[in-house]
Design a protein around this ligand. Structure first.
Ligand code: FAD
Ligand code: 2HG
Ligand code: ZN
Length: 462
């Protein structure tokens, strides 16, 4: 946006709040990837749907690229504005709009943080079950735009399952009211589901209607120490057979090392190669079942140690060991993988991936963790301090190309829950066919005919 663009936008929308200070451009032009230098031309902070529509119409007339922006906790570069785009932040669209107790639907504006959705759900005696560590700072619009997953997918599914409706300002400035809270609707294509996981490439989500569900049952939290990757899937099967799992998350000793260095308390006297944090619905009888499952795993050599949280404070401590990983390694500018295969393909996929990474990355620290119950692994490669970021990323990209082949062979996806953004764009064709990508381009052209919505993210224009 040149000065003349800025003047034109100010003239078209005289009451629109616009930020142009260098510190604001830096702050709003990046997400958690820290790989691209932020360079937006300005930040627009609309506070009504009408203002969003007016901005998009103005951008169409001026051929101005827009980057929709929520909490910028994204891990794929989707909210990065590095090419002079206009960032449209939902920060001021932050109102909880209402709750319908019959439909059990909570309506919120897109900029409401996930944690406020949790609080609002609790105030109505219900829960919104999508949950993960960035809950305090990510926006609900961002979670829809990425189809976020998190730690409760094994029990409740991901964001897509909970969206009863959404309002989308399309790339041409139309306001579409999609889904409208209907339980059933067979009247043609469900455009709501196209907007979910679209990463801002089709339009700006301005409101969401979220289904709430029964509050969680009383739960127990257990930390297990395991001797090997092979044991992981067997322990998962043993626990799932006996318990109603709410979460089943794994991490390696290296991940734990970083969280401990960040101030967490060591859980066991001795180190172990792998750990699982699991949470399950619990009463006295079930707790006995959980301990029996643990004893069985111990006897079979699948588990080496374990602890059942005796208080809420201890449960929070155990969760911190898992949830603190991303923050604890952020300073190493990790190269992130967010891969997924069917759970049944996990043992073979793990074996092949481990072999590849052991050979390809002997020189780097590789931190493994993730949502093993969903078939979703996060493989973070840490940049050595002495290495330049470009050279490091280039090394990692070579290995990702090989990893993508393994994924393809197992029918998996290069992104389970973080989105494609800029980071995984080169690998989209490993998990989506040419026909699928052509269809995606067609859908974009229909909703964003001038290609102004987050251009260059997910796929390039032809
Ligand atoms: P942003 O980063 O602002 O944007 C993400 C993408 O959505 C961009 O493409 C942006 O253009 C688009 N977008 C944002 N708002 C809108 C809108 N209103 N309309 C249209 N497009 C929009 N993710 C998980 O899935 N599971 C996890 O367990 C998880 N854990 C995390 C833990 C930490 C510590 C961190 C930092 C991140 C984690 N994430 C996780 C990633 C991230 O929090 C999610 O992707 C989240 O959904 C992003 O929300 P946001 O508001 O920050 O989006
Ligand atoms: C998690 O599961 C998030 O904690 C972040 O999805 C994963 O940092 C990552 O790679
Ligand atoms: Zn995750």
């Amino acid at each position: 946006m040149s000065d003349s663009h800025l003047l034109s936008l100010q003239a078209a929308l005289p009451t629109l709040r616009l930020l142009t200070d260098a510190a604001d451009l830096e702050h709003y032009g990046r997400d958690w990837t820290r790989r691209w230098a932020p360079a937006p031309m300005a930040i627009a902070l609309p506070d009504s749907v009408e203002e969003v529509q007016a901005i998009v119409r103005w951008a169409n007339a001026e051929n101005m690229a827009i980057v929709p922006s929520g909490g910028r906790t994204g891990l794929s570069g989707g909210a990065v504005a590095a090419r002079g785009e206009l960032v449209v932040s939902t920060a001021r669209l932050n109102r909880v709009l209402g709750f319908d107790p019959v439909d059990r639907i909570l309506a919120v504006q897109a900029g409401v943080p996930l944690q406020r959705v949790h609080e609002a759900a609790r105030s109505h005696g219900l829960q919104y079950p999508v949950d993960f560590a960035a809950r305090g700072s990510c926006s609900i619009g961002g979670t829809l735009a990425t189809n976020a997953g998190g730690i409760r997918v094994v029990r409740h599914g991901n964001t897509r399952h909970w969206v009863a409706g959404l309002k989308l300002v399309t790339g041409s400035g139309e306001l579409m009211d999609l889904g409208r809270g209907l339980v059933k609707d067979s009247s043609g294509y469900d455009l709501r589901h196209l907007a979910i996981a679209s990463e801002g490439t089709l339009g700006i989500i301005v409101e969401a209607s979220l289904r709430l569900t029964d509050p969680p049952p009383p739960t127990s939290v257990m930390l297990l120490a395991l001797p090997s990757f092979e044991a992981l899937m067997q322990v998962f099967a043993a626990f799932r057979a006996r318990l109603e799992l709410q979460a089943f998350e794994f991490f390696t000793d290296l991940a734990l090392k970083h969280v401990l260095a960040h101030g967490a308390q060591p859980p066991f006297a001795q180190a172990h190669p792998f750990y699982v944090v699991t949470e399950f619905a619990c009463d006295a009888a079930i707790e006995a079942g959980a301990l029996a499952a643990f004893e069985q795993c111990l006897e079979q050599g699948l588990a080496s140690d374990g602890v059942l949280a005796a208080s809420e404070a201890q449960a929070a401590q155990l969760w911190r060991l898992r949830e603190g990983i991303t923050e604890s390694i952020a300073r190493y500018l990790p190269y992130k993988n967010d891969v997924v295969v069917r759970v049944s393909a996990m043992p073979a996929f793990l074996r092949e991936t481990q072999a590849l990474l052991a050979e390809a990355y002997p020189q780097f620290e590789v931190v493994w963790f993730g949502h093993i119950g969903d078939g979703n692994l996060h493989i973070n490669v840490l940049k050595p301090e002495s290495m330049a970021q470009d050279a490091f990323v280039a090394d990692c990209e070579n290995v990702t190309a090989l990893l993508a082949q393994i994924l393809q062979a197992h029918g998996g996806s290069i992104s389970a829950e973080h989105g494609i953004g800029l980071v995984k764009k080169p690998y989209l064709s490993c998990t989506r066919s040419a026909a699928e990508i052509a269809a995606m381009r067609g859908i974009k052209a229909a909703l964003d005919p001038k290609g102004i919505m987050n251009p260059g993210k997910v796929f390039d224009a032809e």
